[in-house]
Structures are given as C-alpha cells and as structure tokens.
Write a protein that binds this ligand. Sequence first.
Ligand SMILES: [Zn+2]
Length: 89
Amino acid sequence: MPICPKCKAEIKHLLAYSEVVNNFEIDINGEPFCFGNDNIEGYTTFECPECNEDLNFNEEEAIIFLRDKDELQKLVAEKIKKDETSKIK
Ligand SMILES: [Zn+2]
C-alpha cells in the first residue's frame, strides 16, 4: 500500500480538492439551473486522508503514486507466494 511521505501512514486513496467555476441560471421561481462547470486548471490539490497534508502532487503524479505502489505491492506478494510454493516442492 502507498505510504504517505509526510506522516508515513498507509493510505489507499488521496483526497483531491479542485476549484471550479459553476455556470448557472436562476429562473423567475429562484430555481437554479446549472449548465456546466469549468475546472480552473492547476488548482487541484492532493492531500493525505490521514494527516491532511498537501502532498504537492499534480494529477499525473498522484495516479503514479497510488498505482505504482500498488503494482509494487502485487509484485512483492507474488514473489512471496512463489517463494512459499518453491519451499513446499
Ligand atoms: Zn499523511
């Protein structure tokens, strides 16, 4: 599992916050009708769910951080399994 570089906790996900611009109309009844929102580019922050520290990742880095560690974890698990299997034989 990925380890937070700030608090060293094992984390399964990151908290992402992004600023958006909401575009909407309000009709005569005061009912808002949202017709879209735009992400303000570059304003997504990724925080550790344990310590709530901003890990200074961009989206690509956040995905690599989560995915690569998982793949590494799988490889380690498979290696352990192989070692155990070879011991039995
Ligand atoms: Zn943390």
